[in-house]
Design a protein around this ligand. Structure first.
Ligand SMILES: Cc1cc2nc3c(=O)[nH]c(=O)nc-3n(C[C@H](O)[C@H](O)[C@H](O)COP(=O)(O)O)c2cc1C
Length: 253
């Protein structure tokens, strides 16, 4: 019987939510990191006794395409799954239904699903500082309820918000660039989940590969990578109305 969190978290918000949930469990959890490029080459199999928490961010109201592709390497074999979708306080739209379909398609039984909010990884003024202490408390309460359901052993289908067919996926919105402060340390290229940055010269980015995940911006020790300010301003203005109210975490059992 194993407990595993499978996470796609380029800038750490999704990981924070996942860690808050699993910290309420007494069992020890191992981690599978879907941002790790090696993951696609290693099959990952579970058994019916295992519990797997699958946590991904919402990109344009969908499962990030890279995460969807890497999730297809999991073999559930009847293992129990808890779905977690993390979004930047705008909306998560079809993310949870899509995640549900992918995970069921890989042989898992769905026990519960959670939608939670983390700081918007592109437009940081939205959901700034989340998940916060209030989220932490709510997520721990959710974890207890999920644990109870797990020990009951009965998992009827759960109803999740979202549509099928899913909304159209988004392309790469913004491609971060290296500024003058870049010391060519190569960390961004090493940690880019999709190998979009040239390892020999981090100023060179393959725009067709970049998924706008902002990992390169968040890991840069010199704070040298940035997004075009005009694009950022436009994105921030377009989202203002939808992001104004604080959205609450949700549990689906
Ligand atoms: C490319 C991209 C698209 C996003 N789309 C949405 C969205 O549709 N709705 C939303 O509320 N947040 C959206 N966000 C914000 C992320 O879902 C949120 O910041 C999440 O915490 C990022 O996960 P991470 O910190 O684990 O990388 C988007 C972020 C990125 C990078």
């Amino acid at each position: 019987m194993t407990y595993t969190q499978v996470i796609f978290s380029p800038t750490g918000g999704t990981r924070k939510v996942s860690e808050m949930l699993i910290s309420a469990w007494t069992d020890s959890w191992s981690t599978v990191d879907l941002c790790d490029r090696k993951f696609e080459r290693e099959p990952c199999s579970f058994t019916p006794e295992d519990t797997v928490l699958v946590a991904i961010p919402s990109y344009g109201g969908r499962v990030p395409a890279t995460a969807a592709r890497r999730l297809s390497h999991l073999c559930g074999n009847g293992a129990k799954a808890i779905l977690v979708c993390v979004y930047g306080n705008r909306a998560y739209e079809d993310t949870l239904v899509e995640l549900n379909d992918i995970v069921i398609g890989n042989g898992f039984k769905i026990v519960a699903a959670v939608a939670a909010v983390a700081e918007h990884s592109i437009v940081h003024q939205y959901a700034s500082g989340r998940p916060d202490r209030d989220d932490d408390q709510v997520l721990k309460e959710y974890a207890e309820k999920i644990q109870k359901k797990l020990s009951g052993g009965v998992f009827p289908p759960i109803h999740l918000p979202g549509n099928r067919p899913y909304k159209k996926g988004m392309g790469s919105m913004v491609v971060p660039k290296s500024g003058k402060a870049c010391s060519q340390c190569g960390l961004c290229a090493e940690l880019c989940p999709v190998e979009a940055i040239d390892a020999a010269n981090s100023k060179i980015v393959d725009k067709s590969k970049c998924i706008s995940c902002m990992r390169c911006v968040s890991v840069c020790p010199q704070n040298a990578r940035e997004v075009n300010k005009v694009l950022l301003f436009a994105a921030s203005a377009a989202m203002k109305k939808a992001c104004q109210e604080r959205k609450q975490c949700e549990l689906f059992l």
